[in-house]
Design a protein around this ligand. Structure first.
Ligand code: 26V
Length: 804
C-alpha cells in the first residue's frame, strides 16, 4: 500500500514525498485505493454481462454523496493498511480525510436516499447504474453573518475529482426545440420526425460505487453538458467569435448548478432542460447497452427496470415511447406495454407546491414531439376511464395529465403514475396518504399500483464510518455477523441492563460529544459541556419541519430557568443545523431567530451551565456524520402528515439517540419498532391536523388557553430577542397566532410537556441508557438493504437478494 501511494504521488500527481502537500497525499491515496476498487469493478461488470441478468437504473436529479475516502476504505477493508502505510510516510489519515470536499449534488432527503440506495444495491450485488447530472456547483455553501443565512457558490471540482473517470467517447446528442414533421406513409401508418432546433452533447463521468466488502461494484454515471463542436466551428468560421462562445455558454449552463429548489418550484426553462438532458442521455445509454447485450427491444421489460426518483425524470416515459414508436417502428400498444413494465416511480412529498407541473406552451416549444405523445397518452387514459363508466367532469379533470385550472400545465406526477407499473410512497403513513389524497382518483382506476417502501439508510456510512466505537461495541455484544446482517442488531437488546455495556455505550457517546464540543468551540466560539443533554434538530429549514416550535420551546424553558435558577433543571445544549432555500423568506427568518435566541441565552450568566443554543453553519453530510453519534435527543417534530418519511430520524435512533417526535412519516414505524416507552410522541395526529384546519387556523383560542405560549409569543413579538429591531419577528409571531397552518401553537403545550418527560427520563440515568440501547437494537428494519431488497422483489422483478 505504501509503495502504491508513493507511486501515485510521483507518477500521477507529479510530486515527490518531500514537497507533497496534504492535498497531494489525499489524491495519491485516493488513486491507490481506487485502483483496488477498479479491479472489482471490472470483475463485476464482466460477471453482470456474462450472467445476462436484469439491470436496475436509478434515475435521479440528485445524489447527495458526501466524502468518499473513508467510505471506500471501509467498503474495501483497507482502512488499517492505509492508515499504517500513511503513518509510515508521516501522514495522518484523519487529517487527509478532511481535505476531501463533500460531493453535495443534492438538496436533502431525496438526494441522500439516492446515495444510500446506490450503496445498498452494490452491497446486495444488484446490477445497478445510477444516472444523474455532474453539476459543476453543488448545493450552495451557507455562511451565517450576523445571524442571517448567506449563500455562496460551492466549488467541489476546483482541485479535480480523483474518484471519477471521464468518458469522452460516451457522448450522446440531446435535442431541444424545433418542429415535428408528420408523414402519412399509408392509410394506417403515420410517421413523426422530430427535427430539433439545437443540440447539446452529454459526456459521461463514471464513479465506481463499491458495496460492503467490495464484493460488487456498480457505476454512478453523471452527465456533463458540452456544446457540440459543430456549433463552435460554424460560428468561428464565420468570424463571430463572441457569438460562438455565448451560444456555448448557454448550452453548457445545463450542468452548471444544482437547483436549490426546496422552497419554490423551479418554474424555469433551465430546470426542464436539465431534466430532459439527463433523461435523454440516460435512455440512449440504456437502450444502446440493451441492444448490445440482448438485441431485441421486446426484451426490455425482462432485462431493464428503471426507477424514477420523484417526477424529475418522468419525461423518460414520453422519451421511451418516442424512441420505440418514432425510431424503432413499434406500434403504440406494444410500446406502451413495454414502457409501463419498465418504469416505476417513487413519490417523496405531498406538498402541493412541490409537485412538478410544466406549462404546456413551454413543453410545446422545448419538446414538441414529447408534448404530442403526452396528449396521446392522456387521450387513451381518459378513454379507458370513461369506458369504466366515469363521466364526472370534476373527476376526469383530476385524472387528466393536463391541469387546466391556472393556465394549461402538464402534471408530471400523473404522467409518472400512468406510465409506471408501480408507484411507491416512502413510509407506511405516507403511502397511505398517497393513496387516499394525492392519487385518490388514479388509485381507483389503477388499483394495486401504489405500494409502500419505507425508506432506509446505509449502516456502513451512518454506523460503521460515523461511529466506529459503537460499531466495536456492537460486534462485541452481537458477534461479527452484525457487520453483515442488520437483523443481528436485535441481540444488543439483551445488554440494555448490563452495567458494563451501558458504561461502554456512555463512554462512546461521551467521547463523540467531546469531539462535537470541540467543533462547536472552533466554529462558533461557544463552550458547551459534554455532560449536558445534546438535543439536535438537523435538516433543511422548513416551516413544516417546525424548527420554530423548537425555538419557542427554548424561549419558554429559558424563561422558566430564569424564574427559578435553583430548580432541578437538566443541562441542555440545543443544536441546530440546516439550510434554507435562498428564496424562502420565512425559513431564513427562523434561522435568524435561532441565532438571536442563541446570542442572548449563551451570554446570560444565570443559565450558563443549564442552557446553550448553537446553530452550526453549512450543514452537509460530513457535519451530519459528526453530530449524529453525539446526539442524545433527536427532534422529529414535523406537522403530522407532512414529512413523507424522514431518514435523519433513522440515523439518530440507530446511533442511540431517543426521539421526540410527532406521529409523522417513518416516526410511526420507529415507534412500533422501539416501543412506546422508548420514544417521546406528542402532538396532533394527521386526522386531528386535518380537522383543526377545517375548523380554521386562527389559534387565538389555543393561545388564550396557554399562558406559557402567550408569554413566549409576547416576548418574541415585542423584540426581546431583537432589541435593535423589535418588529423583526412580527411575521413569524403573527402567523403562529392567526394563520398557523403548521400547528405550532396547537402542538406547543404537548411539546413542552414531552420535553419535560425527556428531562425526567434523563434524570433516571439507568432508564435513559436502557432506552438508548433498545433504540439501537431495534433499528435493523431501517437498513437500506431491507428497503432495496423489497424494491428488488416487489417492484423490479428481481430474485430476492441474499441478505447478510
Ligand atoms: C421540495 C419542495 C419544492 C417546492 C416547495 C416546497 C418543497 C418542499 C420539499 C421538497 C422536497 C421534496 C423531495 C424530498 O426531498 N422529499 C424528502 O424525501 C425523503 C426521502 O424519501 C424523505 O425522507 C423526506 O421526508 C422528504 O421530505
Amino acid at each position: 500500500m505504501r509503495a502504491a501511494i508513493v507511486a501515485k504521488l510521483m507518477y500521477a500527481v507529479g510530486k515527490n514525498p518531500e514537497v507533497a502537500s496534504q492535498r497531494d497525499w489525499f489524491i495519491a491515496t485516493t488513486l491507490a485505493v481506487r485502483d483496488r476498487i477498479v479491479d472489482q469493478w471490472m470483475a463485476s461488470t464482466r460477471a453482470t454481462y456474462e450472467s445476462k441478468r436484469k439491470r436496475v437504473y436509478y434515475l435521479s436529479l440528485e445524489f447527495l454523496i458526501g466524502r468518499l475516502l473513508v467510505d471506500a476504505l471501509m467498503e474495501t477493508g483497507l482502512t488499517e493498511p492505509v492508515r499504517q502505510a500513511l503513518d509510515d510516510l508521516g501522514v495522518d489519515l484523519d487529517q487527509l480525510r478532511k481535505i476531501e470536499p463533500d460531493a453535495a449534488l443534492g438538496n436533502g432527503g431525496l438526494g441522500r436516499l439516492a446515495a444510500c440506495f446506490m450503496e445498498s444495491m452494490a452491497t446486495l450485488q444488484i446490477a445497478a447504474h445510477g444516472y444523474g447530472i455532474r453539476y459543476d456547483h453543488g448545493l450552495f455553501r451557507q455562511v451565517i453573518k450576523d445571524g442571517w443565512q448567506r449563500e455562496y457558490p460551492e466549488n467541489w471540482l476546483t482541485f479535480g475529482n480523483p474518484w471519477e473517470f471521464e468518458r469522452p467517447e460516451v457522448d450522446y446528442s440531446v435535442g431541444f426545440g424545433g418542429t415535428v414533421e408528420t408523414v402519412e406513409v399509408s392509410e394506417e401508418i403515420t410517421r413523426h420526425y422530430w427535427r430539433p432546433e439545437e443540440t447539446v452533447d452529454a459526456i459521461a463521468f463514471d464513479t465506481p460505487v463499491p458495496g460492503w466488502r467490495a464484493r460488487h461494484v456498480n457505476t454512478l454515471r453523471l452527465w456533463s453538458a458540452r456544446a457540440p463542436d459543430a456549433l463552435r466551428l460554424d460560428a468561428f468560421n464565420q468570424g463571430d467569435h463572441v457569438g460562438a462562445l455565448a451560444a456555448r455558454v448557454r448550452l453548457e449552463a445545463i450542468s452548471k448548478v444544482l437547483y436549490p429548489s426546496d422552497a419554490t418550484p423551479a418554474g424555469l426553462e433551465l430546470r426542464l432542460r436539465q431534466e430532459y438532458f439527463f433523461v435523454s442521455a440516460s435512455m440512449q445509454d440504456i437502450i444502446r447497452r440493451h441492444k448490445q447485450h440482448h438485441g431485441e427491444l421486446e426484451l426490455l421489460p425482462e432485462k431493464v427496470a428503471i426507477q424514477l426518483n420523484d417526477t424529475h425524470p418522468a419525461i423518460a416515459i414520453a422519451e421511451l415511447m418516442r424512441v420505440l414508436i418514432d425510431l424503432e417502428d413499434f406500434g403504440w400498444d406494444e410500446a406502451w406495454e413495454i414502457t409501463k413494465a419498465v418504469f416505476s416511480y417513487t413519490n417523496h412529498t405531498l406538498l402541493p407546491e412541490a409537485l412538478e407541473s410544466w406549462p404546456v406552451p413551454l413543453m410545446e416549444r422545448l419538446l414538441p414531439r414529447h408534448m404530442q405523445i403526452i396528449y396521446m397518452i392522456n387521450a387513451r387514459h381518459l378513454d379507458l376511464v370513461r369506458s369504466k363508466g366515469e363521466h364526472d367532469g370534476g373527476v376526469l379533470s383530476e385524472l387528466s395529465l393536463i391541469d387546466e385550472s391556472h393556465g394549461r400545465r402538464v402534471r408530471m406526477g400523473n404522467l409518472a403514475f400512468i406510465g409506471s407499473h408501480k408507484i411507491n410512497g416512502v413510509s407506511a403513513l405516507h403511502s397511505d396518504l398517497v393513496q387516499r389524497t394525492l392519487f385518490y382518483q388514479l388509485n381507483r382506476f389503477y388499483p394495486g399500483r401504489i405500494v409502500n417502501k419505507t425508506n432506509g439508510i446505509t449502516f456502513r456510512r451512518w454506523l460503521f464510518e460515523a461511529n466506529p466505537g459503537l460499531t466495536e461495541l456492537l460486534v462485541d455484544c452481537c458477534g461479527s455477523r452484525v457487520m453483515d446482517d442488520p437483523a443481528a442488531l436485535i441481540d444488543f437488546e439483551k445488554y440494555a441492563g448490563d452495567a458494563g455495556v451501558v458504561d461502554r455505550f456512555r463512554a462512546i457517546r461521551r467521547a463523540k460529544k467531546a469531539e462535537l464540543a470541540g467543533l462547536i468551540r472552533r466554529r462558533l466560539d461557544v463552550s458547551v459541556s459534554p455532560d449536558a443533554l445534546f438535543d439536535v434538530q438537523i435538516k433543511r429549514i422548513h416551516e413544516y419541519k417546525r424548527q420554530l416550535l423548537n425555538i419557542l420551546e427554548i424561549v419558554a424553558l429559558y424563561d422558566a430557568i430564569r424564574a427559578n435558577p435553583g430548580g432541578n433543571w437538566v443541562p441542555r445544549v440545543k443544536i441546530f443545523a440546516g439550510k434554507a432555500a435562498a428564496s424562502y423568506h420565512q425559513a431564513k427568518l427562523i434561522i435568524k431567530l435561532a441565532n438571536d435566541v442563541a446570542r442572548l441565552v449563551n451570554r446570560d450568566p444565570v443559565v450558563r451551565r443549564l442552557l446553550k443554543v448553537v446553530f452550526l453553519p453549512n450543514y452537509n453530510v460530513s457535519l451530519a456524520e459528526a453530530i449524529i453519534p453525539a446526539a442524545d435527543l433527536s427532534e422529529q417534530i414535523s406537522t403530522a402528515g407532512m414529512e413523507a418519511s424522514g431518514t435523519g430520524n433513522m440515523k439518530l435512533a440507530l446511533n442511540g439517540a431517543l426521539t421526540i417526535g410527532t406521529l409523522d412519516g417513518a416516526n410511526v414505524e420507529i415507534k412500533e419498532h422501539v416501543g412506546d416507552d422508548n420514544i417521546f410522541i406528542f402532538g396532533l395526529t394527521t386526522e386531528q391536523v386535518e380537522e383543526r384546519r377545517r375548523k380554521g387556523i386562527d389559534m387565538s383560542d389555543v393561545i388564550a388557553a396557554s399562558p406559557l405560549l402567550e408569554e413566549v409569543l409576547d416576548a418574541v413579538g415585542a423584540g426581546v430577542y431583537s432589541p435593535g429591531e423589535p418588529g423583526r419577528f412580527g411575521d413569524l409571531v403573527n402567523s403562529v397566532r392567526h394563520h398557523d397552518y403548521f400547528m405550532v401553537a396547537a402542538d406547543f403545550d404537548a411539546y413542552y410537556a414531552a420535553q419535560r418527560a425527556v428531562d425526567a427520563r434523563w434524570q433516571d440515568t439507568a432508564a435513559w441508557w436502557r432506552s438508548a440501547i433498545i433504540n439501537t437494537a431495534h433499528m435493523g428494519f431501517f437498513s437500506s438493504d431491507r428497503a432495496i431488497a423489497e424494491y428488488a422483489t416487489d417492484i423490479w422483478g428481481l430474485p430476492a437478494p441474499r441478505m447478510g
